[in-house]
Design a protein around this ligand. Structure first.
Ligand code: SF4
Ligand code: SF4
Length: 472
């Protein structure tokens, strides 16, 4: 089976229950944003821009738990902002677990290792020693941190922590291999930290997923290599979605980076082009999502938007009509049902390639269309989804061992080094120094071409003084 049986049954029984009760619209996944504060400023992120005036606000934990109960979605995706900055994140995960929800913590990965060390300190016994020894040997935990775990007492022992569980996934944001990812998140070293966190999580028995957004400049060959690489790290699944041209992100792009949003975001046709091999990927990798949605992304079928099934709750309330767009006439609602009853859902989405609302024109995002694929009442769709779900899990992709994942910061070719290479050509040919299990210097895979758009963006970042360029 591709996905844990208990989780599949939970989701299937939720859909069946709603169907039997003839509920026309219901929630499948709650996008819970307890805060919009983030330690990063990724290019293309709509959240930190749309909510720039309320970045310090947080949803009290009681309200977060009430929201989950209010919409009663079987899955909750805790996102943001960076949810691991939320001071009560552990209590929130514990509360949602108690409610019987499947939880995804959508994180940029920068604080994951700290949270996992907290877990180890709170639950340390001698039985944990082999894991701890491996973490130290693989340089995922320092000797000093290991000692702090062993000798923890008092508050560290009492602390509520995020436990490994079949009901919880770390969902790590990764938009490419090292060079590309660090460029998109606008900070060097982020990819390296994400990979360290993923490896630590797998050693400790956590489930790990990744989420990737595809932009116009994304090289799909690179994403395929990334999935091969992640398959060798035993990552449990991947979500992949086309980038939406958030209004706030577009404005930021023009103002801060001087870049034309048309060069960055996907149109409908371009999405289909980018996703043309998604079904093949579905066979090779453990992609989350239904084959019906994948066929839609590849342009092989139509679906209508069901944004009500993946509602968003944040500091302002229930965001209408959807995760990506806030309609100024609707804004935010206090209760989920109130939003369901008020929004004229048939005014949104795209039907037979005609946008009901111009802002929906280029949107093929999972938050609108994935549930339409999962809940399709067509027998052929149900069969397709069942067959996919109950088929065996794709095997580890051995080619992933040879992927040159660390092709940026780690070899001196991140933003800073890229800029430096203009004055020190020797850096341009730097080789990977990536080490795993003592195995040095994996054979380099085909180099990923650096698109001209990316170079332009780099130049802008340099000009705006966002990176430092020092002659050697
Ligand atoms: S990590 Fe997530 S929330 Fe933070 S800036 Fe990047 S995309 Fe936005
Ligand atoms: S098509 Fe996209 S932007 Fe439009 S309502 Fe649906 S999810 Fe939102």
């Amino acid at each position: 089976m591709r996905f844990p049986l208990a989780l599949t049954l939970k989701i299937a029984s939720h859909i069946t229950k709603q169907r039997l009760k003839r509920v026309p619209r219901f929630a499948m996944v709650l996008q819970l944003e307890p805060l919009h504060t983030c330690n990063l400023t990724c290019t293309g992120c709509g959240r930190i821009r749309e909510y720039s005036t309320s970045l310090k606000d947080m949803v009290p934990i009681e309200k977060c738990l009430e929201a989950a109960a209010d919409c009663d979605a079987p899955m909750v995706s805790i996102c943001g902002g960076e949810p691991l900055i939320y001071p009560k994140i552990e209590e929130l995960v514990a509360g949602l677990t108690e409610q019987g929800r499947i939880i995804y913590i959508c994180t940029n990965g920068m604080f994951m290792r700290k949270k996992m060390r907290d877990y180890m300190a709170a639950h340390y016994t001698a039985a944990m020693e082999p894991q701890l020894a491996r973490l130290v040997a693989e340089q995922l935990v320092t000797e000093k941190e290991a000692e702090a775990i062993r000798t923890a007492e008092g508050a560290a022992k009492q602390k509520v922590v995020i436990l490994p569980s079949q009901w919880m996934y770390w969902n790590v944001h990764l938009d490419g291999l090292e060079y590309t990812h660090d460029l998109i998140v606008e900070r060097e070293g982020v990819f390296k930290e994400c990979i360290a966190a993923i490896r630590m999580a797998k050693i400790l028995g956590y489930q790990v997923a990744t989420n990737t957004t595809i932009y116009k400049e994304t090289e799909m060959a690179e994403i395929e290599q990334m999935f091969q690489y992640l398959s060798c790290l035993e990552v449990d699944g991947h979500t992949i979605s086309p980038g939406y041209d958030y209004d706030a992100a577009k404005k930021d792009m023009v103002k801060r980076l001087g870049k034309d949003p048309k060069d960055f975001f996907l149109t409908r046709d371009l999405t289909r082009e980018k996703f043309k091999d998604i079904e093949k990927w579905g066979e090779m990798f453990t992609l989350f999502g239904t084959p019906v949605y994948h066929r839609f992304l590849a342009g092989k079928r139509q679906l209508t938007c069901s944004a009500w099934a993946i509602p968003t709750f944040n500091v302002k309330g229930w965001k209408a009509p959807c995760y990506v767009m806030t309609d100024e006439k609707l804004g935010h609602f206090e209760r989920y049902q109130q939003m369901l009853d008020t929004v004229q859902w048939d005014k949104y989405g795209v039907v037979n390639d005609v946008a009901r609302d111009p802002r929906c024109e280029n949107c093929m995002m999972h938050c609108g269309y994935e549930p339409s694929g999962a809940m399709s009442s067509k027998l052929s769709d149900t069969w397709l989804n069942l067959k996919f779900n109950f088929s065996s899990r794709p095997k580890k992709v051995v080619a992933g061992e040879k992927v040159l994942a660390f092709n940026g910061f780690s070899v001196g070719k991140g933003h800073l080094a890229e800029a430096k290479s203009t004055v020190n050509k020797a850096l341009a040919g730097a080789r990977s120094v990536y080490q795993r299990n003592g195995d040095h210097d994996h054979a380099p895979a085909t180099a990923i071409p650096v698109s001209s758009q990316r170079d332009e963006l780099l130049a802008k970042l340099r000009e705006n003084g966002r990176i430092e360029v020092k002659p050697e």
